[in-house]
Design a protein around this ligand. Structure first.
Ligand SMILES: *Cc1c(COP(=O)(O)O)cnc(C)c1O
Length: 375
């Protein structure tokens, strides 16, 4: 059996084979490494995939969030609402822009924003909320949208882990995550569901005007060449990365389906273990399993992780400490105990290997080891 990895980019490399060299060669031959034709073509193709929203490519997912908050004209001292249990980027860009953060408690079921906690997190300085679609499943967007509408604040989606997942409204209408709020943000970091072979990201918006503004901010605040109308940043997706993404985008749905099949396999062999909570699939979302994340309910998460490691099975803790307890983001307003669910998840979660190329042998080996541990 092939050695296990959380994400196996070598198998992906074999799957695409010489098509990768061909895509890169085109760029190497025309030499437009920055603003080459691949970048606009990819933006258009991703826009089509997402149902027509405009895609503004940028350098990475963290920049996408920063560009979104800059385009909303948030001022120092304004506040943004951010889930307490997520990757650091949302908190980081808020801090860099001198914004305050109001943490929101998360759900023990789906790991995303807990709708009942929205009102608790509110303060009059809040100008925007940033729901994160964690691990590949949409946050409860209807509650978040109606809260935002009631308060008159913007919704910026962090779709870095969920590109391709769909939110399902009660009417049956479906929308791809990243196209539901005012602005969507995503990342093409190599391990994401749509990853390039370096850094990359994009901002998504249905508003043409806002897209123009976002492009301007991403390009030094330049209107026409050397006419700087506002303070911007330098944040670009380069042509080589765009060429890789153009090759991979047509496979995104298929790869997401393969992840879902691996998750189905895990579920069927782990669901009867009382010490485990398998990932809950909410009716309002498709799940694209960026991560397959268990809760280990009996306090033996780290022991299970060590047991698996001894058997050559990597497993990761996303995330071991909630953001309100991180040294860089701690404030007296949010002491330990402020968000019991977020704090509990950081002690209980464990993500198993997840990628589109897991074999049945590998999956069987993993679930057998997990079952042995609890036997
Ligand atoms: C990966 C990720 C980001 C940041 O993306 P980068 O491209 O690494 O900057 C932001 N938010 C979430 C939830 C992520 O998983």
């Amino acid at each position: 059996m092939r050695p296990l990895r959380m994400v196996d980019l070598e198998l992906e490399r074999r799957f695409f084979g010489p098509r990768i060299e061909a895509a890169l060669s085109e760029v190497l031959n025309h030499t437009q490494y920055i603003r080459g034709p691949e970048v606009q073509k990819f933006a258009q193709e991703l826009s089509n995939y997402l149902g027509g929203s405009t895609v503004v490519p940028c350098a990475n997912g963290t920049d996408a969030l920063q560009l979104a908050l800059m385009a909303l004209d948030l001022q120092p001292g304004d506040a943004v609402m951010v889930p307490a249990f997520t990757y650091v980027s949302t908190a980081e860009v808020a801090a860099l822009l001198r914004l305050q953060v109001r943490w929101v408690e998360v759900s023990l079921d789906h790991f995303n924003i807990l709708p009942e906690a929205l009102e608790d997190a509110w303060s009059p300085e809040v100008r925007a909320i940033i729901p994160v679609h964690l691990f590949g499943q949409a946050a409860p967007m209807e509650e978040i949208l109606s809260f935002a509408r009631e308060k008159g604040i913007a919704v910026v989606e962090d779709a870095a882990q969920a590109l391709g997942a769909e939110y399902i409204f009660p009417s049956g209408e479906r929308k791809k995550v990243g196209t539901i709020g005012d602005i969507g943000c995503t990342s093409f970091f190599p391990s994401k569901n749509l990853g390039c072979y370096g850094d990359g990201g994009a901002v998504i918006t249905a508003s043409r005007e806002r897209a123009t503004r976002l492009s301007r901010i991403a390009n030094h605040g330049q209107d026409t060449l050397y006419e700087f109308v506002e303070v911007g940043v330098n944040s670009r997706l380069d042509s080589l990365q765009a060429a890789i993404l153009r090759l991979k985008l047509p496979y995104l749905d298929e790869f997401n389906a393969r992840r879902r099949a691996a998750a189905d396999f895990y579920d069927s062999y782990l669901k009867d273990i009382p010490e485990l909570q398998i990932p809950r699939r909410m009716l309002w979302s498709t799940h694209i399993f960026h991560q397959y994340t268990l809760r280990v309910l009996d306090g033996r998460r780290d022991a299970l992780r060590a047991y698996l490691a001894e058997r050559g099975i990597p497993a990761m803790v996303y995330y071991p400490k909630p953001l309100h307890l991180q040294p860089a983001y701690r404030t007296p307003a949010y002491p330990e105990g402020s968000f019991p669910n977020a704090e509990r998840l950081s002690r209980e979660v464990l993500s198993l290997p997840m990628h589109p190329f897991l074999s049945e042998d590998q999956l069987a080996y993993i679930v057998e080891a997990v079952r042995d541990f609890f036997r």
